[in-house]
Write a protein of this length. Structure first.
Length: 159
């Protein structure tokens, strides 16, 4: 059996001695987080998607929110102290983050951008984020995610 090829995210978690559980599943193409959660029987509330946005200042920001929710751009801009923000176009995700759509994770991007995790993560011992490539998930404590990204909790979703 071949050794698991580690992603940047996994190497960073290992280096910081942060415990995580890896889950892999068969996935050839991008599927949204809700479909993956359904396929794997996972709770939408603990399954987080990673969104990358750019502010009016041209600074990039990372937002991790539950897969079934929608990012409130006004609230996200307020949290980031920006006049406005917009999601990065799909075609630019790899250029900005080093990850592909569906494999984007807040940990180990080309640069560490200011990171915000939806405050609902506080309610859980473990949340699920992308592992850094299609078909890979990382289960970890949300406080560890904040620690390794320098992130903070924020109210980010449309109510």
């Amino acid at each position: 059996m071949g050794k698991e090829v580690k992603t940047n995210a996994m190497r960073i978690l290992d280096r910081h001695k942060i415990q995580y559980k890896l889950n892999t599943y068969n996935c050839e193409n991008f599927v949204d987080g809700k479909q993956i959660a359904d396929m794997l029987g996972q709770d939408y509330n603990i399954s987080f998607k990673t969104l990358v946005a750019v502010g009016k200042s041209r600074q990039y920001y990372v937002f991790a929110i539950p897969v079934a929710e929608e990012l409130d751009l006004k609230q996200a801009a307020k949290e980031a102290c920006e006049k406005s923000i917009a999601l990065v176009h799909v075609k630019d995700i790899n250029k900005v983050t080093g990850y592909i759509r569906g494999g984007c994770t807040p940990i180990g991007m080309k640069k560490q951008f200011p990171t915000f995790v939806h405050e609902s993560a506080k309610e859980f011992d473990r949340i699920i984020i992308s592992g850094g490539r299609l078909g890979t998930q990382i289960f970890l404590n949300p406080l560890d995610l904040l620690e390794v990204t320098g992130g903070k909790y924020a109210d980010l979703i449309v109510h």
